[in-house]
Design a protein around this ligand. Structure first.
Ligand code: PAF
Length: 263
């Protein structure tokens, strides 16, 4: 696996590669990321992963400094997964002094995560646009675990006629149903034991239980539910119609869990 840390080296590496599938990540890689790499191989001649903890998508309360980082462990996992190229830009490489351009996506970025984390999707859209342009990837793979993020990135790629195809891939779960996330490592053993209840209650809603009942059960178990809502899958508008997407964000201690399923 080749590693690039600045744009000239990235360009030199890209010149040697055929069509590229990109898996954008913030590191702290888990099986969910590796499944994207394996899928990427089916869609392009080479696979790249970017690792960049993007300051633009964090607010003060998100605590950028606390985000898990494990570069050596991540590179070993990428190597073992057969990744061809790791793109590891620093903050100054990604956001040079004097930068003045960001990307604002309306529509699907309004509400839910967009409301709870103002500016978050501006940061995600801006860095994804840059990653697509830097790598020239023909396809970029995203986990459906961050459902709203996928819809925002798709909308941006569509609206800006980006040549990169956005390929959403199914959420990878632990055996007990908890959606894999880099932040799960911050759950205490008691919180980890409780965490799968979120997915279990979501499955009950998909099977017909009222959202309010599931919300009450989660709150009684110790979750602080930010939202549990049925939405139109692409626009993220709240809906009562089915089929829909059931999206959730709930806090257990210091960890905010996100999940979504078809409902
Ligand atoms: O989902 C993530 O890890 C990030 O939001 C992404 C897509 C890599 C952009 O920083």
């Amino acid at each position: 696996m080749r590693i690039a840390r600045d744009l000239p080296s990235l360009r030199a590496e890209l010149a040697r590669l055929p069509t590229l599938a990109l898996v954008p990540t913030m590191g702290a890689l888990h099986e969910g990321h590796l499944s994207l790499l394996r899928e990427g191989r089916r869609h392009a001649g080479a696979v790249a992963a970017s690792i960049f903890v993007n300051p633009l998508q964090f607010s003060a309360s998100d605590d950028l400094a606390r985000y898990p980082r494990d570069e050596a462990g991540d590179l070993a996992k990428l190597e073992a997964a057969g990744c061809d190229l790791a793109w590891l830009p620093g903050v100054a490489e990604m956001y040079p002094e004097g930068r003045a351009t960001t990307i604002e996506v309306g529509g699907p970025s309004e509400g839910w995560e967009g409301a709870h984390r103002p500016g978050h999707f501006r940061g995600v859209a801006t860095v994804c646009a840059k990653l697509f342009l830097q790598t020239g990837a023909s396809v970029a793979l995203f986990g459906e675990k961050d459902w709203q993020q996928v819809q925002v990135v798709r909308r941006m790629a569509l609206d800006l006629d980006m040549p990169t195809r956005i390929l959403p891939c199914p959420t990878v779960r632990e055996a007990d149903g908890l959606a894999m996330s880099s932040r799960n490592r911050f759950l205490t053993p008691a919180e980890r034991a409780l965490a799968p209840l979120l997915h279990a209650e979501m499955q009950r809603v998909a099977a017909g239980t009222p959202v309010a009942e599931a919300e009450a059960r989660l709150a009684a178990a110790g979750f602080a539910v930010d939202y549990l809502a049925l939405v139109e899958p692409e626009t993220l508008r709240a809906t009562t119609a089915r089929p829909a997407r059931l999206i959730a964000a709930a806090r257990l201690g210091n960890v905010r869990l996100l999940d979504n399923i078809a409902a």
